[in-house]
Design a protein around this ligand. Structure first.
Ligand code: SF4
Ligand code: SF4
Length: 385
C-alpha cells in the first residue's frame, strides 16, 4: 500500500490560509495514529538560524505558530518544540522570531535538545555509534518539520536531512569531516537517523523555499505549497520530483538499501518551477564553507572518537576488515591496522568483531569542542537578546 503524501497550495503565510491548509494535510495523517487528542507531541523544526533580512534558513515563524495552534485546537496533551540549532539555542531563535508570547499562550514548551545518548541502531543501519538526542522517545507523536532548501552536500534538504539536527552540534561538524568526502556516506548516515527515529508525521514548509547556495545563504524562492506525509523519505522523494531534483544522494542510497516503500499523493499537486541548485558541492561543508580535503582529514583524525584494537583479544579472523565499508582497515601480519584519515567512523568493525577486540577511544578535542559549543551558544543567545 505504501505511504501518503498530502499537498496544499498556499501562496502566503497568512494565518487563516495556514490554518485551513494544516487541517487538510495533517488531519488525515494524524488519524492513522488515532488523532491528536490526548497525545504528547514533539515538533522538531528546522531552526538553523533565524535571519529576518537574510532569507528563509528556518521554517517560517507564522507556520510554526499555526502548527502549534492546530495541535492545541485538536487537544494535544502536551506540545514541545525541540531543536538543536547551529549556534544559538532553540529558545533564543524562537525569541528572535517574535512568536514566543503566542507559543506561551498555547502552552507550548520550547527547548534545546539536551539528552544525548549512544543508541542501539536498527539492524539495517550502517553506522553503529550515533549519539542522538533521545527526547523524541518520550513523545507519542513526533512531527519532523522541515524547510525546502537546497543543500551544498545533499542537493536538497527536506524531511530526512532535518533529522540530522538531533545530533549534537559539535559532533555534527565532526560527522561532516568524517563522511564529508563522500556524500553517499553522509546520506547513509542521515538515512540511519531516519530509520531510528521514524517520525510519524513530516511537514514541509515550501511556501517560500531556498534555492542556490543553501542551506544557510541561498536565495528565497516562491514555491507556494505545503506538504505532509507519514514518511519523511517518501515526502523527500515526492517533493524532489516536483522541484526537478534528480540527483539527491539520500534518495539514491535509500533505493540502493531498499528503503523506499512507495507512496500515493493527495490534494493540490504543486506546479512549481524547478529549483536552482547549489554550486558544485565537492569542497563545501553543510554551511557552504569551502574546506580543503587535507584539512578535513586532519581534523577528522583529531576530532572523532576512533576504533582501537586490543591485540590480545584479537583472533585474526579478518571479519572486521571484510565489513569495513571504505576498506580503510587492512589485515597486516594477521592483525587489523586502521587508516584513520580514511576511516568514516561507522564502527561496523566493532559491531562485527566476535571477540570484542575493538573498542572506541574518545577524542580529547571533541570534548573541548563540545565545551566551546556550550559557551558559544550561551554568548550568542545573550548578545542577540
Ligand atoms: S575501520 Fe572501517 S569499519 Fe571500522 S569504523 Fe573505520 S570505516 Fe568503519
Ligand atoms: S574481527 Fe575482531 S577478532 Fe577478528 S580480526 Fe578483527 S579485531 Fe580481530
Amino acid at each position: 500500500m505504501g505511504f501518503s503524501v498530502y499537498y496544499a497550495a498556499v501562496g502566503t503565510y497568512d494565518a487563516a490560509l495556514l490554518d485551513g491548509a494544516l487541517e487538510k494535510i495533517i488531519t488525515p495523517l494524524s488519524a492513522e495514529y488515532g488523532g491528536i487528542a490526548g497525545k504528547k507531541v514533539m515538533i522538531k523544526p528546522n531552526l538553523l538560524e533565524y535571519r529576518k533580512e537574510n532569507g528563509p534558513a528556518t521554517v517560517h515563524p507564522a507556520l510554526l505558530t499555526a502548527l502549534c495552534r492546530y495541535l492545541a485546537k485538536h487537544n494535544a496533551a502536551q506540545i514541545s518544540v525541540i531543536e538543536n540549532p547551529a549556534v544559538r539555542t532553540a529558545e533564543a531563535i524562537v525569541e528572535s522570531m517574535g512568536i514566543m508570547p503566542e507559543l506561551k499562550k498555547l502552552d507550548v514548551n520550547v527547548k534545546n535538545c539536551a539528552d544525548y545518548q549512544k543508541t542501539a541502531m536498527p539492524p539495517e543501519c550502517r553506522y553503529h555509534q550515533l549519539e542522538i538526542a533521545s527526547e523524541y522517545r518520550k513523545y507519542d507523536l513526533v512531527i519532523d518539520f522541515a524547510k525546502a532548501k537546497t543543500h551544498a552536500m545533499m542537493t536538497l534538504t527536506c524531511g530526512v536531512k532535518n533529522l540530522f539536527g538531533l545530533i549534537r552540534g559539535s559532533e555534527r561538524l565532526a560527522w561532516h569531516l568524517a563522511v564529508g568526502r563522500n556524500f553517499d556516506d553522509f546520506a547513509d548516515m542521515l538515512l540511519d537517523i531516519y530509520c531510528l527515529v521514524k517520525p510519524q508525521i513530516t511537514l514541509l514548509d515550501a511556501i517560500i523555499g531556498m534555492e542556490g547556495n543553501g542551506p544557510g545563504s541561498g536565495d528565497a524562492v516562491q514555491l507556494g505549497f505545503l506538504c505532509a506525509a507519514d514518511d519523511a523519505l517518501m515526502l523527500d522523494e515526492s517533493v524532489a520530483k516536483y522541484l526537478g531534483v534528480t540527483d539527491m544522494p539520500v534518495l539514491k542510497m535509500a533505493a540502493k538499501r531498499g528503503l523506499t516503500a512507495g507512496y500515493q499523493e493527495f490534494g493540490e499537486i504543486p506546479e512549481v518551477k524547478h529549483i536552482r541548485l547549489p554550486d558544485v558541492p565537492s569542497k563545501r561543508l553543510e554551511w557552504g564553507v569551502y574546506f580543503p580535503v587535507k584539512l578535513r582529514k586532519l581534523l577528522r583524525s583529531m576530532l572523532l572518537s576512533r576504533p582501537v584494537i586490543d591485540r590480545n583479544k584479537c583472533i585474526s579472523c579478518g571479519l572486521c576488515a571484510q565489513k569495513c565499508p571504505p576498506q580503510s582497515l587492512k589485515m597486516v601480519n594477521g592483525k587489523p591496522v586502521f587508516d584513520y584519515p580514511e576511516c568514516i567512523r561507522c564502527f561496523c568493525c566493532q559491531e562485527f568483531c566476535p571477540k570484542g577486540a575493538i573498542t572506541t577511544a574518545p577524542s580529547f578535542w571533541l570534548k573541548c569542542l563540545s565545551n566551546v559549543e556550550k559557551l558559544l551558544r550561551k554568548t550568542a543567545s545573550l548578545i542577540r537578546r
